[in-house]
Design a protein around this ligand. Sequence first.
Ligand SMILES: [Zn+2]
Length: 257
Amino acid sequence: MKRIFSLGIGLCLLLASCAPPPGETVFQTSTIVALLAGVYDGDTSCGDLLEHGNFGIGTFDRLDGEMIILDGDVYQIKADGKVYQPDLSMKTPFATVCLFEADTHIPLNPGSDYEAIDNLLNTSAPNQNLFYAIKITGEFKQMKTRRVPGQQKPYPPLKEVTRNQPEFEMDNVSGTIVGFRCPAYVKGINVLGCHLHFISDDRTRGGHILSFEIADGSCEVDVLDHYFLKLPAGTQEFAETDLSKDRSPDLEDVEKR
Ligand SMILES: [Zn+2]
């Protein structure tokens, strides 16, 4: 009995030492190459996502809008331009989350645009090969976003969906940018470099960011050195889609700012 108990404790310690530390881990569902190929059926619920973080971005079942998770609240920014708080049973085909704990602050110059902040993050990143969660709060002189519309089967590739994407411009809006900067070696798995979403302070507007200019704000960065990838094993589409093709040109089209 004593031996079984000791074995049990040993196993618990072993599992604890293998478990990724929640504050240092990027948790991701599915892969960007699957999304590009049109695997839009959700596999992981928003409730499950919240068990792995309180901060993140993604999309929803059938590609129905842009996801932003901030302070543990999930927002769905749909193509109709409205912001919803979905039921936590709603599923996602692609999302990236973390438990956000700022490690560093980066000062931002008023007038900085997406490119300037991208360059700043690239040069400020002490280790280019780690993941960075990025939170920028402030006033934005200009903010241009898109919101992908929900799709019906047979799903078209993402490149075709974003070709006709609704885009929205906002001027003088205060809010928060939520996103990640991923290292180059995750090609095919996640978006390389910065992938950012926005939500206004009044939680009425937002989306996937195409361009912005900051009037006044600050940037917090959480450096993450663990990566947990959950694959949509329960999705027929994922099992049947050919994911061997290099879809990087599609990703450039989809992410173009
Ligand atoms: Zn996005």
